[in-house]
Design a protein around this ligand. Structure first.
Ligand SMILES: C[S@@+](CC[C@H](N)C(=O)[O-])C[C@H]1O[C@@H](n2cnc3c(N)ncnc32)[C@H](O)[C@@H]1O
Length: 300
Protein backbone atom coordinates (compact mmCIF):
# COMPACT_ATOMS: atom_id res chain seq x y z
CA UNK A 1 0.00 0.00 0.00
CA UNK A 2 2.88 2.36 0.88
CA UNK A 3 4.51 1.66 -2.47
CA UNK A 4 1.23 2.57 -4.19
CA UNK A 5 0.92 5.81 -2.24
CA UNK A 6 4.47 6.75 -3.25
CA UNK A 7 3.76 6.05 -6.93
CA UNK A 8 2.63 8.65 -9.41
CA UNK A 9 -0.28 8.48 -10.08
CA UNK A 10 -1.13 7.05 -6.67
CA UNK A 11 -2.81 3.61 -6.59
CA UNK A 12 -3.71 0.84 -4.19
CA UNK A 13 -4.52 -2.71 -5.34
CA UNK A 14 -8.19 -3.71 -4.81
CA UNK A 15 -7.23 -6.80 -2.81
CA UNK A 16 -6.57 -4.44 0.12
CA UNK A 17 -10.30 -3.58 0.33
CA UNK A 18 -10.95 -6.86 2.05
CA UNK A 19 -10.30 -6.77 5.75
CA UNK A 20 -13.19 -7.92 7.98
CA UNK A 21 -14.96 -4.56 7.60
CA UNK A 22 -14.41 -4.48 3.82
CA UNK A 23 -15.84 -7.98 3.42
CA UNK A 24 -18.87 -6.98 5.48
CA UNK A 25 -19.42 -3.88 3.34
CA UNK A 26 -19.08 -5.95 0.17
CA UNK A 27 -21.85 -8.27 1.44
CA UNK A 28 -24.10 -5.23 1.79
CA UNK A 29 -23.17 -4.04 -1.72
CA UNK A 30 -24.31 -7.42 -3.10
CA UNK A 31 -27.82 -6.81 -1.77
CA UNK A 32 -28.17 -3.27 -3.19
CA UNK A 33 -30.77 -2.74 -5.92
CA UNK A 34 -28.20 -1.00 -8.17
CA UNK A 35 -25.65 -3.82 -7.91
CA UNK A 36 -27.13 -6.01 -10.65
CA UNK A 37 -24.02 -8.25 -10.80
CA UNK A 38 -24.92 -10.52 -7.87
CA UNK A 39 -28.58 -10.84 -8.89
CA UNK A 40 -27.73 -11.64 -12.50
CA UNK A 41 -25.05 -14.19 -11.68
CA UNK A 42 -27.27 -15.84 -9.06
CA UNK A 43 -30.03 -16.13 -11.68
CA UNK A 44 -27.65 -17.81 -14.15
CA UNK A 45 -26.29 -20.29 -11.61
CA UNK A 46 -29.80 -21.10 -10.31
CA UNK A 47 -31.33 -21.63 -13.75
CA UNK A 48 -28.42 -23.66 -15.13
CA UNK A 49 -27.27 -25.56 -12.03
CA UNK A 50 -28.35 -28.92 -13.48
CA UNK A 51 -26.65 -28.38 -16.85
CA UNK A 52 -23.49 -27.10 -15.14
CA UNK A 53 -23.44 -30.12 -12.83
CA UNK A 54 -23.90 -32.50 -15.76
CA UNK A 55 -20.93 -30.89 -17.54
CA UNK A 56 -18.76 -31.20 -14.45
CA UNK A 57 -19.93 -34.58 -13.15
CA UNK A 58 -20.04 -35.75 -9.51
CA UNK A 59 -17.08 -36.27 -7.18
CA UNK A 60 -14.90 -33.31 -8.22
CA UNK A 61 -12.73 -31.13 -6.00
CA UNK A 62 -14.43 -27.73 -6.18
CA UNK A 63 -12.01 -24.84 -5.61
CA UNK A 64 -13.53 -21.38 -5.18
CA UNK A 65 -11.23 -18.38 -5.67
CA UNK A 66 -12.21 -15.25 -3.74
CA UNK A 67 -15.02 -17.21 -2.09
CA UNK A 68 -16.13 -14.39 0.27
CA UNK A 69 -19.34 -15.48 1.98
CA UNK A 70 -19.63 -18.66 -0.19
CA UNK A 71 -23.25 -17.80 -1.00
CA UNK A 72 -23.25 -18.53 -4.74
CA UNK A 73 -21.68 -21.97 -4.45
CA UNK A 74 -24.75 -23.11 -2.49
CA UNK A 75 -26.69 -22.96 -5.77
CA UNK A 76 -24.46 -25.73 -7.15
CA UNK A 77 -23.61 -28.01 -4.25
CA UNK A 78 -26.72 -30.23 -4.14
CA UNK A 79 -26.77 -30.86 -7.88
CA UNK A 80 -22.99 -31.14 -8.18
CA UNK A 81 -22.19 -33.38 -5.19
CA UNK A 82 -18.45 -32.56 -5.12
CA UNK A 83 -16.05 -34.72 -3.11
CA UNK A 84 -14.69 -31.61 -1.39
CA UNK A 85 -15.08 -27.82 -1.43
CA UNK A 86 -11.96 -25.63 -1.11
CA UNK A 87 -12.87 -21.96 -0.51
CA UNK A 88 -9.90 -19.57 -0.86
CA UNK A 89 -9.88 -15.92 0.08
CA UNK A 90 -7.55 -13.17 1.27
CA UNK A 91 -9.96 -12.03 4.02
CA UNK A 92 -9.15 -14.58 6.72
CA UNK A 93 -11.78 -14.12 9.43
CA UNK A 94 -14.58 -13.72 6.92
CA UNK A 95 -13.40 -16.84 5.04
CA UNK A 96 -13.24 -18.96 8.19
CA UNK A 97 -16.68 -17.87 9.36
CA UNK A 98 -18.19 -18.58 5.94
CA UNK A 99 -16.46 -21.98 5.69
CA UNK A 100 -17.65 -23.05 9.17
CA UNK A 101 -21.23 -22.02 8.39
CA UNK A 102 -21.18 -23.91 5.10
CA UNK A 103 -19.63 -27.03 6.65
CA UNK A 104 -22.38 -27.07 9.30
CA UNK A 105 -25.07 -26.68 6.64
CA UNK A 106 -23.66 -29.43 4.39
CA UNK A 107 -22.47 -32.15 6.80
CA UNK A 108 -21.81 -34.57 3.89
CA UNK A 109 -19.28 -32.16 2.32
CA UNK A 110 -15.58 -31.99 3.14
CA UNK A 111 -14.52 -28.32 3.41
CA UNK A 112 -10.89 -27.09 3.39
CA UNK A 113 -10.52 -23.29 3.66
CA UNK A 114 -7.27 -21.54 2.74
CA UNK A 115 -6.34 -17.91 3.25
CA UNK A 116 -4.26 -16.93 0.21
CA UNK A 117 -3.53 -14.03 -2.09
CA UNK A 118 -4.42 -15.72 -5.37
CA UNK A 119 -2.50 -13.14 -7.37
CA UNK A 120 0.69 -14.54 -5.78
CA UNK A 121 0.10 -18.26 -5.29
CA UNK A 122 -2.40 -20.97 -6.04
CA UNK A 123 -1.50 -23.84 -3.71
CA UNK A 124 -4.09 -26.46 -2.96
CA UNK A 125 -4.21 -27.60 0.66
CA UNK A 126 -5.89 -30.88 -0.26
CA UNK A 127 -5.93 -32.69 -3.55
CA UNK A 128 -6.15 -36.45 -3.90
CA UNK A 129 -4.34 -37.60 -7.04
CA UNK A 130 -6.33 -37.94 -10.22
CA UNK A 131 -9.50 -36.28 -8.89
CA UNK A 132 -11.08 -33.86 -11.35
CA UNK A 133 -10.47 -30.28 -10.23
CA UNK A 134 -13.01 -27.56 -10.95
CA UNK A 135 -12.26 -23.91 -10.20
CA UNK A 136 -15.17 -21.56 -9.51
CA UNK A 137 -14.39 -17.85 -9.82
CA UNK A 138 -17.61 -15.82 -9.54
CA UNK A 139 -18.25 -12.12 -8.96
CA UNK A 140 -16.39 -10.93 -12.10
CA UNK A 141 -13.24 -10.48 -10.02
CA UNK A 142 -11.35 -11.38 -13.21
CA UNK A 143 -12.19 -7.81 -14.27
CA UNK A 144 -9.88 -6.47 -11.54
CA UNK A 145 -6.79 -7.67 -13.40
CA UNK A 146 -5.08 -5.52 -15.99
CA UNK A 147 -5.44 -6.82 -19.57
CA UNK A 148 -1.81 -7.97 -19.61
CA UNK A 149 -2.22 -9.89 -16.33
CA UNK A 150 -5.55 -11.56 -17.10
CA UNK A 151 -4.16 -14.19 -19.46
CA UNK A 152 -1.23 -14.98 -17.14
CA UNK A 153 -3.60 -15.40 -14.19
CA UNK A 154 -5.97 -17.66 -16.14
CA UNK A 155 -2.96 -19.66 -17.32
CA UNK A 156 -1.96 -20.24 -13.67
CA UNK A 157 -5.46 -21.53 -12.98
CA UNK A 158 -5.28 -23.83 -16.02
CA UNK A 159 -1.96 -25.19 -14.73
CA UNK A 160 -3.41 -25.81 -11.27
CA UNK A 161 -6.42 -27.62 -12.76
CA UNK A 162 -4.39 -29.87 -15.09
CA UNK A 163 -5.83 -31.53 -18.16
CA UNK A 164 -9.06 -32.97 -16.77
CA UNK A 165 -10.17 -29.81 -14.96
CA UNK A 166 -12.42 -26.89 -15.84
CA UNK A 167 -13.10 -23.32 -14.80
CA UNK A 168 -16.57 -21.89 -14.13
CA UNK A 169 -16.13 -18.13 -14.16
CA UNK A 170 -18.47 -15.14 -13.78
CA UNK A 171 -17.75 -12.28 -16.17
CA UNK A 172 -19.54 -8.94 -16.25
CA UNK A 173 -20.64 -7.79 -19.70
CA UNK A 174 -20.17 -4.44 -21.45
CA UNK A 175 -23.36 -2.40 -21.24
CA UNK A 176 -24.74 1.13 -21.14
CA UNK A 177 -22.75 3.57 -19.02
CA UNK A 178 -25.80 4.55 -16.90
CA UNK A 179 -26.39 1.05 -15.53
CA UNK A 180 -22.68 0.68 -14.82
CA UNK A 181 -22.40 4.07 -13.19
CA UNK A 182 -25.37 3.36 -10.87
CA UNK A 183 -23.91 -0.01 -9.82
CA UNK A 184 -20.74 1.66 -8.50
CA UNK A 185 -22.40 4.82 -7.16
CA UNK A 186 -25.29 3.43 -5.11
CA UNK A 187 -27.76 5.83 -3.56
CA UNK A 188 -27.09 4.63 0.01
CA UNK A 189 -23.37 5.35 -0.34
CA UNK A 190 -22.26 1.83 0.64
CA UNK A 191 -19.77 1.60 -2.25
CA UNK A 192 -18.35 4.93 -1.11
CA UNK A 193 -17.90 3.51 2.42
CA UNK A 194 -16.31 0.38 0.93
CA UNK A 195 -13.83 2.51 -1.02
CA UNK A 196 -13.07 4.81 1.94
CA UNK A 197 -12.55 1.77 4.18
CA UNK A 198 -9.13 1.47 2.51
CA UNK A 199 -8.03 4.67 4.23
CA UNK A 200 -9.69 3.61 7.50
CA UNK A 201 -7.77 0.35 7.22
CA UNK A 202 -4.48 2.20 6.77
CA UNK A 203 -5.37 4.20 9.89
CA UNK A 204 -6.18 1.02 11.84
CA UNK A 205 -3.29 -1.15 10.73
CA UNK A 206 -0.48 1.20 9.69
CA UNK A 207 -0.72 4.16 12.05
CA UNK A 208 -2.25 6.26 9.30
CA UNK A 209 -3.71 9.71 9.93
CA UNK A 210 -6.16 9.94 7.03
CA UNK A 211 -9.17 12.16 7.73
CA UNK A 212 -11.87 10.30 5.84
CA UNK A 213 -14.01 13.41 5.32
CA UNK A 214 -11.13 14.95 3.37
CA UNK A 215 -11.51 12.30 0.63
CA UNK A 216 -14.40 11.36 -1.61
CA UNK A 217 -15.45 8.29 -3.55
CA UNK A 218 -15.31 8.62 -7.32
CA UNK A 219 -16.37 5.89 -9.77
CA UNK A 220 -17.01 6.25 -13.51
CA UNK A 221 -17.10 4.19 -16.68
CA UNK A 222 -14.04 4.70 -18.84
CA UNK A 223 -15.72 3.58 -22.05
CA UNK A 224 -12.67 3.54 -24.38
CA UNK A 225 -10.92 1.19 -21.94
CA UNK A 226 -14.10 -0.77 -21.12
CA UNK A 227 -13.64 -0.45 -17.38
CA UNK A 228 -15.18 1.08 -14.29
CA UNK A 229 -12.51 3.05 -12.46
CA UNK A 230 -12.74 3.63 -8.75
CA UNK A 231 -10.72 6.40 -7.10
CA UNK A 232 -10.46 8.25 -3.80
CA UNK A 233 -10.14 11.96 -4.51
CA UNK A 234 -8.57 14.43 -2.12
CA UNK A 235 -11.02 17.26 -1.35
CA UNK A 236 -8.17 19.66 -0.49
CA UNK A 237 -4.44 20.13 -0.66
CA UNK A 238 -3.04 18.14 2.24
CA UNK A 239 -0.21 16.04 3.66
CA UNK A 240 -1.08 12.76 5.35
CA UNK A 241 1.18 10.88 7.73
CA UNK A 242 1.31 7.08 7.65
CA UNK A 243 3.69 5.74 10.28
CA UNK A 244 6.89 7.71 9.77
CA UNK A 245 6.11 8.66 6.17
CA UNK A 246 4.35 11.69 4.71
CA UNK A 247 2.28 11.77 1.52
CA UNK A 248 1.32 15.00 -0.20
CA UNK A 249 -2.01 15.34 -2.08
CA UNK A 250 -2.99 18.13 -4.43
CA UNK A 251 -6.66 19.17 -4.35
CA UNK A 252 -8.54 16.72 -6.61
CA UNK A 253 -5.62 14.30 -6.79
CA UNK A 254 -6.78 10.69 -6.62
CA UNK A 255 -5.67 7.31 -5.40
CA UNK A 256 -6.76 4.79 -8.04
CA UNK A 257 -8.25 1.90 -6.04
CA UNK A 258 -9.89 -0.44 -8.57
CA UNK A 259 -10.52 -1.21 -12.20
CA UNK A 260 -13.43 -3.46 -13.13
CA UNK A 261 -13.07 -4.43 -16.76
CA UNK A 262 -16.21 -5.41 -18.66
CA UNK A 263 -16.15 -7.87 -21.55
CA UNK A 264 -18.06 -8.99 -24.62
CA UNK A 265 -18.89 -12.73 -24.75
CA UNK A 266 -16.53 -13.37 -27.67
CA UNK A 267 -13.90 -11.03 -26.28
CA UNK A 268 -13.73 -13.13 -23.12
CA UNK A 269 -13.73 -16.42 -25.04
CA UNK A 270 -10.68 -15.19 -26.98
CA UNK A 271 -8.88 -14.31 -23.74
CA UNK A 272 -9.71 -17.77 -22.34
CA UNK A 273 -8.30 -19.44 -25.47
CA UNK A 274 -5.08 -17.43 -25.17
CA UNK A 275 -4.73 -18.82 -21.63
CA UNK A 276 -5.10 -22.39 -22.93
CA UNK A 277 -8.77 -23.00 -22.10
CA UNK A 278 -11.44 -24.40 -24.40
CA UNK A 279 -14.61 -22.31 -24.00
CA UNK A 280 -17.40 -24.91 -24.01
CA UNK A 281 -20.48 -23.04 -22.81
CA UNK A 282 -21.52 -19.52 -21.80
CA UNK A 283 -24.80 -18.43 -20.25
CA UNK A 284 -26.20 -14.97 -19.60
CA UNK A 285 -29.08 -13.74 -17.46
CA UNK A 286 -32.52 -12.75 -18.75
CA UNK A 287 -31.46 -9.08 -19.07
CA UNK A 288 -28.16 -9.82 -20.83
CA UNK A 289 -26.13 -8.06 -18.14
CA UNK A 290 -23.76 -10.78 -16.93
CA UNK A 291 -22.23 -14.04 -18.15
CA UNK A 292 -20.93 -17.29 -16.72
CA UNK A 293 -18.45 -19.27 -18.83
CA UNK A 294 -17.58 -22.93 -18.59
CA UNK A 295 -13.98 -23.34 -19.78
CA UNK A 296 -12.37 -26.72 -20.23
CA UNK A 297 -8.72 -26.96 -19.25
CA UNK A 298 -8.15 -29.98 -21.51
CA UNK A 299 -5.89 -29.83 -24.58
CA UNK A 300 -7.37 -28.26 -27.74
C1 LIG B 1 -15.84 -9.02 -5.61
S1 LIG B 1 -15.71 -10.03 -4.19
C2 LIG B 1 -16.57 -11.49 -4.73
C3 LIG B 1 -17.05 -12.35 -3.60
C4 LIG B 1 -17.86 -13.57 -4.05
N1 LIG B 1 -17.02 -14.51 -4.77
C5 LIG B 1 -19.02 -13.16 -4.92
O1 LIG B 1 -19.03 -13.54 -6.08
O2 LIG B 1 -19.92 -12.49 -4.42
C6 LIG B 1 -14.03 -10.53 -4.26
C7 LIG B 1 -13.64 -11.58 -3.24
O3 LIG B 1 -12.32 -12.01 -3.54
C8 LIG B 1 -11.47 -11.84 -2.41
N2 LIG B 1 -10.16 -11.41 -2.95
C9 LIG B 1 -9.87 -10.23 -3.55
N3 LIG B 1 -8.59 -10.22 -3.95
C10 LIG B 1 -8.05 -11.42 -3.58
C11 LIG B 1 -6.76 -12.00 -3.72
N4 LIG B 1 -5.76 -11.35 -4.32
N5 LIG B 1 -6.56 -13.26 -3.23
C12 LIG B 1 -7.58 -13.93 -2.62
N6 LIG B 1 -8.83 -13.43 -2.46
C13 LIG B 1 -9.06 -12.18 -2.94
C14 LIG B 1 -12.15 -10.83 -1.53
O4 LIG B 1 -11.81 -10.98 -0.18
C15 LIG B 1 -13.62 -11.09 -1.81
O5 LIG B 1 -14.14 -12.07 -0.96
Amino acid sequence: MLEGLRASPKRIAPKFFYDARGSQLFETICSLPEYYLTRAETEILGVHAREISDLIGPGCILIELGSGSSHKVRLLLEALQPAAYLPMDISRDHLLRAARLLAAEYPWLEVHATCIDYSRQLDLPYCPNGTRKIAFFPGSSIGNFEPGETVAFLRNIAQMLQANGALLIGVDLKKDARTLHAAYNDSRGVTAQFNLNLLARINREMEGRFILDDFEHSAFYNEPLGRIEMHLASRCRQTVQVGAQHFGFARGETVHTENSYKFGLDEFRDIARLAGFRPLRAWSDSHGLFSVHYLDAGPL
